[in-house]
Design a protein around this ligand. Structure first.
Ligand code: C2E
Ligand code: MG
Ligand code: MG
Ligand code: MG
Length: 276
C-alpha cells in the first residue's frame, strides 16, 4: 500500500510501515542532516481567549519540509527524533526559533516537549540559555507536556516542573483526558493550565457524553485554579459548546491554521487581530 501511494508521497516514509528498518534508518540520517542544515521549520497556530476571541498565545509546531518527500508530519518524525536522541537538538532549535519569531508579536508562545526532552538533565539550562539568547521573557513562554510520561517518576517530574516554574516559565498539560492522570496527581504536580484533547472537542457536538466530559474537565480545572484550553476547535458550534463549558481559551482551525512566522506577523498586523 505504501508503494502504491507513489514515491512522492510522504506516506512511503512512514517508519511504521513494513519497509520498516531501512526506511527508519534512512529517515534518521535525513533528519540528522535536516537539523544540521536548519531545515526543520516551525509554524504557529493562534490560541484565542474564549471571551472575546483575541489572540493570547501561539503554539509552535515543528514541520519538516523534506527535499524529496515534501512535508513530513511531526507525528512521524518526532518519534524518530525521540528514539534517536536527535530530539534534544531539534527541540532546542524549535524553542530558539519560536522565541525569536514570537518576540515582537506581543503574545505568549507555547512549545511542546516530548519525554526525552523533559527528562534530559540539560532542559532547564537549555531553556535559560535560549531565553537569554533571544531576550524572550520567561513569563511569555509556556511549555506543553503530556501526562503520559510524568507518571513513571512523579517525584522527579515535580522537581523538574518546579525548576522551570521558578524561572517564570508556565507549564500546560497537553492532550488532557487521553491518559491516566488522577486529580490528586494534578494537584501535587503544579501546572498552570490544562489543554483538553481534541478528540473530546470533535465529539462534543455529536455526543452529549463528550460535552459532559469537557464540562467535567473544566470543573476539575476550576477546582485546581487551572484555566482550560480546548484544542482542535473546527466549528462555531464546537466553540460555543466549549465556551459554555467554561473553557478559557480556544484553539483550532476555526480561529486559524498553523502558519509560517511571516504569515503570523501579517495576520497579527490586521487591525481586528491587534492585541491589547
Ligand atoms: P499537539 O501538541 O496536541 O498539537 C495539536 C495538533 O492538532 C497539531 O498537529 C495541530 O496542527 C493540530 N490541530 C490544530 N487545530 C486543529 C483542528 O482544528 N483540527 C484538527 N484536526 N487538528 C488541529 P501537528 O502539528 O501535526 O502536531 C502533532 C503533534 O506533534 C503535536 O500535538 C505534538 O504532540 C507533536 N509536536 C509538534 N511539534 C512538536 C515539537 O516541536 N516538539 C515536540 N516534542 N512535539 C511536537
Ligand atoms: Mg501541544
Ligand atoms: Mg494537544
Ligand atoms: Mg493533541
Amino acid at each position: 500500500a505504501a508503494k502504491a501511494a507513489g514515491k512522492n508521497c510522504w506516506r512511503v516514509y512512514d517508519p511504521s510501515l513494513d519497509t520498516g528498518r531501512d526506511t527508519r534508518k534512512r529517515m534518521e540520517r535525513d533528519l540528522r542532516a535536516a537539523i544540521q542544515r536548519d531545515e526543520i521549520g516551525v509554524v504557529f497556530q493562534p490560541i484565542v481567549s474564549a471571551r472575546d476571541h483575541q489572540i493570547v498565545c501561539v503554539e509552535a509546531l515543528a514541520r519538516w519540509s523534506h527535499a524529496e518527500h515534501g512535508m513530513i508530519a511531526p507525528d512521524i518524525f518526532i518519534p524518530i527524533a525521540e528514539q534517536s536522541g536527535l530530539i534534544i537538538a531539534l527541540g532546542r532549535s524549535v524553542l530558539a526559533t519560536s522565541c525569536s519569531e514570537a518576540l515582537h508579536w506581543g503574545v505568549d508562545v507555547a512549545v511542546n516537549l516530548s519525554p526525552a526532552q523533559f527528562w534530559d538533565r540539560g532542559l532547564a539550562r537549555t531553556v535559560r540559555d535560549v531565553l537569554d539568547e533571544t531576550g524572550f521573557p520567561a513569563h511569555r513562554l509556556e511549555l506543553e507536556i503530556t501526562e503520559s510520561y510524568l507518571l513513571r517518576r512523579p517525584e522527579a517530574a515535580r522537581e523538574i516542573l518546579e525548576q522551570l516554574r521558578a524561572m517564570g516559565v508556565r507549564i500546560a498539560l497537553d492532550d488532557f483526558g487521553t491518559g491516566f492522570a488522577s486529580i490528586g496527581y494534578l494537584r501535587r504536580l503544579s501546572f498552570d493550565s490544562i489543554k483538553i484533547d481534541k478528540s473530546f472537542i470533535a465529539q462534543a457536538a455529536l455526543r452529549q457524553k463528550a460535552a459532559d466530559m469537557a464540562r467535567a474537565i473544566v470543573a476539575i480545572g476550576d477546582a485546581l485554579d487551572l484555566p482550560v484550553t480546548a484544542e482542535g476547535v473546527e466549528t462555531a458550534e464546537q466553540a460555543m459548546i466549549m465556551r459554555r463549558a467554561g473553557c478559557a481559551r480556544l484553539q483550532g482551525w476555526l480561529f486559524g491554521r498553523p502558519m509560517p512566522g511571516a504569515e503570523m506577523t501579517a495576520w497579527l498586523a490586521e487591525p481586528h487581530r491587534a492585541v491589547g
